[in-house]
Design a protein around this ligand. Sequence first.
Ligand SMILES: [Zn+2]
Length: 56
Amino acid sequence: MESVRKGLRSGAIEKDTYERLNCAECGEELDTKNDPDEIGTVRVCPGCGREWKKVG
Ligand SMILES: [Zn+2]
């Protein structure tokens, strides 16, 4: 799973004017979920199901 930081850098995630993270492909705001197998939180797109992990 890619990090949110990498997703932002590659353009897969866009940050809007309110600092919210949006999936560039769907335009959907990313949901947050806590995955016990991952450190930190996971941001998931409700449109395409793609996930990025947010560390720290
Ligand atoms: Zn998406």
